[in-house]
Design a protein. Sequence first.
Length: 200
Amino acid sequence: MAQDRVWVSAVKTDSTLVRGLEKDKSEPGWVALDERRDPAEQDLPVHLYGKYRDDPLKDLPPLFMGGSGIIMSGQIAAPMLKFDLGRTLLLPLRIFLADRTTEIGAERAFYTIPRYHVFEALAPEGSPALRQSEYDAAQWLLPRAPKDGDVAVTPQALEAPAIWFDPRLINGFFMGGPLVAALQEAGVARYWQLFECRVV
């Protein structure tokens, strides 16, 4: 059953998805986020800008990374907006070229995840395929070529919100089974590079 399943996303390990974008940290929405507050309604959508004046930011994929973290089209975000995301924020986003006036892809209704719900349920002892961080023995990295079953989580993971981040896993985050089922039904799950976890 979907509610008994947990998945890990490896999308953060895919450097081909990185685009040259940056935020203006003085904008109220980003100020609020930097201060660990939720942005006010009048400060949304948040904005990102091209880093390079010669980059036209053409052919942006449905899901990519840059500036604020993961960025996705409205089609990918739509199923997620129906779920309890806990402290994870899924915010509307506008993207501009480096001139800060030319908007890109306005018809696609971009969204971004600048903050995740923190929930500790990773089971490193049951995940021998994980790579230990060379900087901190208490932190882990996904395998370079992950597959289903490589990552184990505790049963508490089944009580987490639809999306969550365990700070011990540096380059991955988790999704609950019902959300993944909704993404699959919408035909957009493939963009998340998902691998099923073992519940131990």
